[in-house]
Design a protein around this ligand. Sequence first.
Ligand SMILES: NC(=O)CCC(=O)C(=O)O
Length: 329
Amino acid sequence: MPAAPIKIAGASALAAALAVAVSRPRAMGRLVRSLVARAAGTSAYAPLPPPQKVKVAVCQLHVTADKAQNLQTAKKAIQDAAAQGAKLVVLPEMWNCPYSNDSFPTYAEDIEGAHSISVNMLSEAAAETGVTLIAGSIPERCGDRLYNTCCVFNSRGKLLAKHRKVHLFDIDIPGKITFKESLTLSPGPGPTVVDTEAGRLGIGICYDIRFPELAQLYAARGCQMLVYPGAFNMTTGPVHWELLARARAVDNQIFVITCSPARNPSSSYQAWGHSTVVGPFAEILATTGHDPTIIYADVDYSQLAERRANMPLAQQKRHDLYALLDRTV
Ligand SMILES: NC(=O)CCC(=O)C(=O)O
């Protein structure tokens, strides 16, 4: 049997490198760094967007069983936030459907296809208003699988990235809350770092916030802010929601946004609400209760360098001590 042809990704890259080396030596440096990073299995570090202040808007939306109404609500919130000067707008987890395993398959859309009414509305709204949009999440259908997926759009309405929730919310606290996302949803393949006009962002969805390693990885990749659309519940929400957001912020000296749906008494799942923006000293920059609202915060990325100079935790880490091995004498 003839051997299968081997695709050598490096071959075309080498040809490109030679052409660039001759005509543009500085671009050559960037290309080499990206090839080295690729060979090392890491992603190439694009230069960070310049330090900037960003007005963020966190939209705590009233979500109902009426999808068309949910789309209207989200669109109006994006427009209102932009009218207030926000440059980064965040929507909650599952803003286009009730948070239930019965609803996910019914409301799911093929995000990559041309006919996703949610994606089309989001893209148009981002372009019309000129905001960077972290579009909460919606149920995504891809082949025979469903995902809990967050789409990120730039200010021209281009889909920059999509994060599929990597840690599914399977919980059983008898008498309080039992929910199993894994009955209908599949976990996403991995982390999502996205360079936007509003900074380098690391995306997680709700339960993802419970896993500090994901946040650490984002911080190590140069993210300036972690954004978690979420819908905590009435049992864990009061105790853990703000604690987790502040923990991710203080551990990584980074900005954190959480964005929940408003509480809807007629829904089977009662969301905790309390959307919040946290600064890199774990300080609350903006927060709210459980009603529908938009909260705003002025995020100043220069505070990252300041806080990290005050306490250079990343340099002080004792990586030599943290392997998960017990020391034997
Ligand atoms: N939608 C979710 O992932 C909910 C997570 C949650 O409530 C928690 O306690 O964690």
